[in-house]
Design a protein around this ligand. Structure first.
Ligand SMILES: [Zn+2]
Length: 384
């Protein structure tokens, strides 16, 4: 009899695990995996100024290949609970739909991976032909300082090596099987700071207005594309998010103008080459005006898991269950895959993302069953 993915998902949804609270979620996962024969460890990570966070690493089997399923059991806050049709931590099942915070992001997918693992082990004498592991954090939705980064490092220090990773974040826009994420864009924040010479608006020749310069520089930076995109990435995008002068007067030319921006960039750039490109273009547009760019530290580089046998295996498993040819995409925001990619190739496939982080976050039972079947298919092809 296959593992009961709905019961597993309900048990997880009933744990109030809003970051950084563990809420019983990892304890439940530990119990399920221990019973199935996994060796389970639950490292707790600390960082001054942040709450301690519990994490989980569980493995079964020995030798290669080693497939790791990565994910998180923490969730974002439910918001106004009175607006939910069913309580956000109740795990209610109504008309074939399971409701609760984390239903799609991503306790639902964790439940599917657990059920698929139990099924795979039951069908194969209790052990994979290789190693199967779970790397789950309780710190993904928050500042994420005590989560995947430290967990990967912790595992590496113990000699764990991964051959491939499935990250179960919700990836499908409309229907299960739509989309696999095989990479992510990088993200870089910066502030363009232009310094002028303050003065009286009636005597502009005695001043140097930084507003004129910042407007010209913004226009120039927006006018020229950063690149034309690649086979797997959209063109990189520069977006100004705020222009700030803070001038309370009507008759004073200000001393400084600031423009904040974010760049989502593809793998044609590194952070260093991107910064150079922006500063070169800004210098040209400045026409001698004094400026600097303050760059914020970023841990989000662009990366691509190049299509190859592993991506094909995952795609074929999805098609065999859903009948859909999943699009290989690098769209959307960042994810923990940007950290995992430093250890092994990673692809992301999970549930439909439409209701994530919203009121009445929910998942059809049909999707849970289908995603469980997809993961089961991935395990059996991978360890075949
Ligand atoms: Zn998530």
């Amino acid at each position: 009899m296959p593992a009961d993915v709905v019961a597993i998902a309900q048990s997880l949804l009933r744990c109030p695990s809003v970051t950084p609270a563990e809420g019983g979620a990892l304890a439940y996962v530990a119990e399920v995996l221990s019973r199935a024969g996994f060796t389970v460890e639950r490292p707790v990570f600390s960082e001054p100024g942040h709450a301690d966070v519990e994490n989980l690493y569980a493995r079964i089997g020995s030798g290669g290949p080693h497939l790791v399923f990565a994910g998180h059991t923490d969730v974002v806050p439910p918001g106004d609970e009175s607006r939910w049709t069913y309580p956000p931590f109740g795990g209610a099942l109504a008309d074939g739909v399971l409701y609760g915070r984390g239903a799609v992001d991503m306790k639902g997918a964790v439940a599917c991976a657990l059920a698929a693992a139990l099924d795979h082990l039951a069908a194969n004498g209790g052990r994979p032909k290789g190693t199967l592991s779970f790397l789950l954090t309780g710190d993904e939705e928050g500042v994420a300082v005590n989560g995947t980064v430290k967990l990967l490092k912790w595992a590496a220090e113990r000699g764990e090596t991964f051959d491939h990773c499935i990250l179960g974040e919700p990836t499908n826009p409309d229907a299960l099987g739509d989309m696999i994420k095989i990479g992510r864009r990088g993200s870089q924040n910066g502030t363009l700071v232009v310094t002028g010479t303050p003065g009286h608006v009636a005597y502009p020749h005695l001043a140097d207005n930084p507003v004129r310069h910042v407007v010209r520089m913004i226009a120039a930076l927006l006018a020229e594309p950063l690149d034309a995109g690649t086979d797997h990435f959209d063109p990189s995008n520069l977006e100004f998010t705020s222009i700030d002068v803070g001038n309370k007067t009507v008759n004073v030319i200000p001393a400084e103008a600031r423009a904040r921006f974010n760049i989502r960039f593809n793998d044609l750039h590194t952070q260093a080459t991107l910064r150079d490109l922006i500063e070169t273009r800004a210098t040209a547009a400045a026409q001698g005006a004094r400026f600097r760019v303050d760059w914020e530290p970023s841990n989000a580089d662009a990366f691509l898991t190049a299509p190859g046998p592993f991506v094909t295996l995952v795609g074929d498993a999805i098609t065999s269950v859903t009948g859909r040819a999943a699009k290989l995409s690098t769209s959307g925001g960042t994810s923990d895959a940007r950290f995992i990619k430093n250890y092994c190739p990673v692809v992301e496939f999970g549930l439909v993302n439409a209701s994530m982080h919203g009121i009445d976050e929910r998942v059809p039972v049909a999707d849970l069953l289908a995603l469980t079947a997809v993961y089961r298919e991935i395990f059996s092809r991978y360890f075949g």
